[in-house]
Design a protein around this ligand. Structure first.
Ligand code: FES
Ligand SMILES: [Fe+2]
Length: 381
């Protein structure tokens, strides 16, 4: 692509106020070089949401995942603490674990080096004659992991502020949902041919809802939230949960106990930058993680959580099907339109467009990304 793709002047029109601004140039959605810069300057320095703590309830439960090209392990140690490590053996680098499961030790499939659940190398048979080899210096490489409300985040940057600083006032805003007491009941993956930003932008705008979702959830009308921290949000007033289709509202679970007055009257749509959309409604929450697989592929994971008291109901398995029905109907509509948008934006004739007042966070997402990936021009006096 163009040599000056990282010149802030290229983005002067994206930097204007939303209703004067243009959308991002198409290379931001198609260029591998641009994507690599996003990884280096944005994903690599941010707190990235990777899953719920209750998905790994027992010591030894692990989840091996790929985060923009970095293989990591998230594992619960013997004391019950969640830890994250680079998924690479300290001997000759082999990937240690794959997928999800439970283990008593992390054992390399190549030469059998064994690490404790806390990452210490405790067995390296065959290394007895290696001079000056000290097992205590070859533990797994730790990665920062912090949680809020049962949501687990990792960060590759040792110099980044804490997760609490990163999230700003979000935990306080969402306090009444009792998020620590929720349990993830389902996650589902989709592998999509689109840039991660297209999917996130779609999740955070209501402009498409009357057309794309005309046969499912229909039009949505939202109000932007004022925020402090690495997040942005909208609130949609609604008397009842929006996690079931209107025709299934009779099957909805009771609202979460103790919701504050605002939460009881609607739904928060939140983006925690850089890559996760969350919806918090009266009876549950769900999220969409955009795990980029390069410039033009994204693995989208939808996860859903309910209060433990709801999930323990005898009728839970039956009634939750209505929720799954809603997500399984609306999400493929978003998936299809995002892939279609990617297919169009790849045209050499694609040009930046303009934004409606129904999609102000498309502008917000672009500018948050640009602040980190490209920066701003130094003003000339
Ligand atoms: S690469 Fe892991 S034990 Fe050799
Ligand atoms: Fe949508």
């Amino acid at each position: 692509m163009t040599a000056d793709m990282f010149d802030p002047a290229q983005y002067a029109k994206v930097r204007l106020p939303p209703l004067q601004a243009e959308t991002l140039p198409s290379w931001c959605y198609t260029s591998e070089e641009f994507y690599r810069r996003e990884v280096e300057r944005m994903f690599g320095r941010s707190w990235n949401f990777i899953g719920r703590a209750d998905e790994l309830p027992q010591p030894g439960d692990y989840h091996a995942l790929d985060l923009f090209g970095e293989a990591i392990i998230v594992i619960r140690d013997r004391t019950g603490t969640l830890r994250a490590f680079a998924n690479t053996c300290r001997h000759r680098g082999t990937k240690l674990l794959q997928g999800q499961g439970r283990c008593t030790a992390i054992v390399c499939p190549y030469h059998n080096w064994a690490y404790s659940l806390s990452g210490d190398l405790f067995s390296a048979v065959g290394m007895e004659q290696t001079e000056g080899f000290d097992k205590s210096r070859y533990g797994l490489i730790p990665i920062r992991l912090e949680s809020w409300g049962g949501f687990v985040f990792v960060c590759f940057d040792p110099a980044a502020p804490s997760l609490a600083d990163y999230l700003g006032d979000l935990p306080e805003r969402l306090q009444s949902y009792g998020l620590d007491d929720m349990i993830c009941v389902r996650r589902k993956d989709y592998d999509l041919a689109c840039n991660w930003k297209l999917y996130l932008e779609n999740a955070m705008e209501e402009y498409h809802t009357p057309t794309v979702h005309k046969l499912s959830i229909g039009a949505q009308v939202t109000l932007r939230e004022r925020t402090r921290g690495a997040w942005d949000g909208m609130f949609m007033p609604s008397e009842k949960t929006i996690a079931v289709l209107a025709e299934d509202i009779g099957s909805a679970f009771p609202p979460i106990a103790g919701l504050d007055a605002k939460a009881a009257r609607g739904t928060y749509f939140i983006v925690i930058y850089p890559m996760t959309f969350f919806a918090f409604t009266q009876d549950c929450c769900w999220w969409l993680q955009q795990f980029p697989q390069g410039a033009t592929r994204t693995r989208v994971v939808i996860g859903s959580s309910f209060p433990r008291a709801t999930a323990a109901r005898s009728d839970f398995d039956e009634r939750v099907q209505k929720y799954y029905r809603r997500w399984d109907k609306a999400l493929p509509e978003d998936n299809a339109i995002s892939e279609l948008q990617q297919a169009g934006i790849a045209s050499s004739f694609a040009r930046p467009g303009r934004l409606s007042h129904h999609e102000l966070l498309v502008h917000g997402i672009a500018n948050w990304m640009l602040d980190r990936v490209v920066g701003r021009s130094v003003p000339t006096i």
